[in-house]
Design a protein around this ligand. Structure first.
Ligand code: GRG
Length: 295
């Protein structure tokens, strides 16, 4: 095991433990809702957003005992978005993280409530213990996550996505959509991890640039994988973008150019870290992980 894969394993285990502990037990009423919440969140996913939060924490000398809660909060928002996105009114998918989606395994009403309750739990966790050096910073962290998830962030990006099926978006419009739908939460993951420690304005600006580039690169790679990887490898239905005539980086640029673009975005992201030296090494490694992933 390389040092990086050991680190990934440690971070994934840590966030899994926090999530397992903070998600209500399936033995507590309402049992079925709690069971479905745990089903949606535990034991699956790459945990990319928590990895970004942990990696950014290195820059700010943040205590892992604190960062783990910021990491869990972003993962809960992400999990909620996947549950809702898979529902018939949105992407209508039956497979997620290698198992039936929540509305298939349970029912649609439960899936709606799972998403709602996961979102609330994310903010409960972010607000319920000291994470930042002072209360004002912590309040700004709550606001950062709220804005990233809201109508001018992820939910807004999803609205644009739903409205653009079958429409010929150009690259600028596609980028605008993904900056919101995928990029906003990825940016929040990086900034929240770092805000658990001490940050100068210059470092925050560098991290913001890194996060924006990685958020977009993540989506470019997602588009390539949807076109090229198998359902078994992805654990979700492959080839959906083309089947639904969705504009993607692959449909606009072709897979080869899309892969090049992802690497250019990684280079741009890492250039932003140049001044930060050795503590930025994990962020460079996570950038490689995001770009080179196969699922
Ligand atoms: C329903 C408000 C609302 C938003 C949904 C994020 C999103 C918006 C929809 C997910 C659909 C999708 C496939 C988006 C592309 C990028 C993405 C978020 C992929 C899934 O994330 P991964 O690869 O998943 O990090 P795992 O399962 O590894 O956590």
């Amino acid at each position: 095991m390389t040092d990086f894969s050991a680190w990934i394993h440690t971070c994934q285990t840590r966030v899994e433990e926090v999530l397992a502990e903070r998600l209500p037990s399936a033995r507590i009423a309402p049992q079925r809702l709690h069971e479905a919440m745990r089903y949606a969140v535990l034991g699956g996913g790459k945990r990319v957003r928590p990895l970004l939060a942990f990696a950014a924490a290195d820059i700010a000398n943040a205590d892992m005992e604190r960062v783990q809660y910021a990491a869990a909060a972003v993962e809960l928002i992400h999990a909620y978005s996947l549950v809702h996105d898979d529902m018939p009114a949105m992407d209508d998918d039956a497979l997620r993280r290698g198992k039936p989606t929540v509305h298939v395994e349970f029912d649609e009403a439960t899936a709606l409530l799972v998403g709602d309750a996961l979102q609330s739990l994310a903010f409960d966790i972010l607000a319920s213990q000291p994470l930042a050096r002072d209360a004002a910073t912590q309040l700004s962290m709550v606001q950062l996550l709220a804005q990233a998830a809201g109508s001018r962030g992820m939910a807004g990006g999803q609205a644009i996505d739903l409205a653009s099926v079958g429409k010929p978006l150009d690259l600028t419009e596609l980028e605008f959509m993904h900056i919101h739908k995928t990029g906003a939460l990825i940016r929040a993951s990086v900034l929240l991890g770092a805000q658990c420690g001490h940050l100068t304005d210059a470092t925050a600006t560098a991290l913001d640039h890194y996060a924006k580039c990685i958020g977009l690169a993540f989506q470019v790679v997602d588009d390539v994988l949807d076109a090229e990887a198998s359902t078994a490898t992805l654990g979700k239905t492959a080839g959906k973008d083309a089947a639904h005539n969705k504009p993607t980086y692959v449909s606009l640029l072709g897979a080869t150019r899309a892969r090049e673009l992802a690497r250019e975005l990684r280079a741009d992201a890492c250039a932003a870290l140049a001044e930060l030296g050795a503590p930025a090494e994990r962020l460079r490694q996570v950038a490689d992980f995001v770009i080179e992933r196969t699922f």
